[in-house]
Ligand binder design. Structure first.
Ligand code: SF4
Ligand code: FES
Length: 248
């Protein structure tokens, strides 16, 4: 026999083109123990209200597109289960600290600009032709940056960051983690082209080490650690020692 119960989902609704301010709309959703919050929202869209807007793609915590506030905490809706929130109600809202594009979907434009600022690609000392083969790394060289490479750009860390809430120009946790991901890569010599972003007022010094970013990250990335490492880099850069201690 299927174990089906009903739970109330209260979703934020907002169309910036027609609404003065966001409001909440409630839906009663039948669910089985294997259903995620995302599947609850899909049930609403398929059976109750086709106009509810939200983002998703992979449904397996890989694409990073389904992040939202669930009961006031930034989470991936595809890996948060309705059974764990029973008896509800379940409050779903767009990620804090971002403009709302429609309902639960945020405008990510500012983050994409920040991503471009930190030059999220390997800056090699010199290109080598394909005929010379790949750049090889030892397991230890891979380990140096591996955790930072796990970021899926879900932006939960920005919703958790009080400094980003105060100043949306702050480059922020995920972009600064990716900056460190490339700085720590043995194939990369890009500190000199990323230093301006790290050192800027909106760079690492804007962080006040609250650490909630690292707590909410669903992929085990530690943005606060990346930022702290780059505070050291930035200080060494300021006194002209970065190159002497391994700046590339
Ligand atoms: S650092 Fe973690 S929380 Fe932030 S965007 Fe990347 S995966 Fe998401
Ligand atoms: S749908 Fe891809 S991370 Fe949730």
């Amino acid at each position: 026999m299927t174990d089906t119960r009903t739970i109330r989902i209260e979703a934020v609704r907002f169309n910036p083109e027609t609404d003065q301010e966001p409001r909440r709309q409630s839906y009663d959703v039948p669910f089985t123990p294997d259903m995620s919050v995302l599947q609850g929202l899909q049930y609403i869209k398929d059976h109750l209200d086709g106009s509810l807007t939200f983002r998703w793609s992979c449904r397996m915590a890989v694409c990073g597109s389904c992040g939202m506030m669930i009961n006031d905490t930034p989470k991936l809706s595809c890996e948060t289960f309705l059974r764990d929130l029973y008896p509800g109600p379940v409050k779903v809202a767009p990620l804090d600290n971002f403009p709302i594009q429609r309902d639960l979907a945020i405008d990510q434009t500012g983050f994409l600009d920040k991503l471009a600022m930190i030059k999220p690609y390997i800056v090699a000392k010199q290109d080598k032709p394909l005929s010379e083969g790949t750049f090889r790394q030892t397991p230890a060289q891979l380990e140096a940056y591996y955790q930072y490479s796990q970021c899926i750009n879900c932006l939960l860390c920005y919703a958790a960051c009080p400094q980003f809430g105060l100043n949306d120009q702050f480059v922020g946790p995920a972009a600064l983690s990716l900056l460190q991901r490339y700085n720590l890569d043995s194939r990369d010599v890009g500190w000199s082209v990323r230093a301006d972003v790290a050192n800027a007022d909106i760079g690492v010094w804007e962080c006040t080490v609250v650490g909630y970013c690292s707590e909410v990250c669903p992929k085990g990335v530690d943005p606060m650690h990346a930022i702290n490492e780059n505070k050291v880099n930035s200080a060494l850069d300021y006194i002209g020692l970065k190159r002497l201690v391994g700046g590339r």
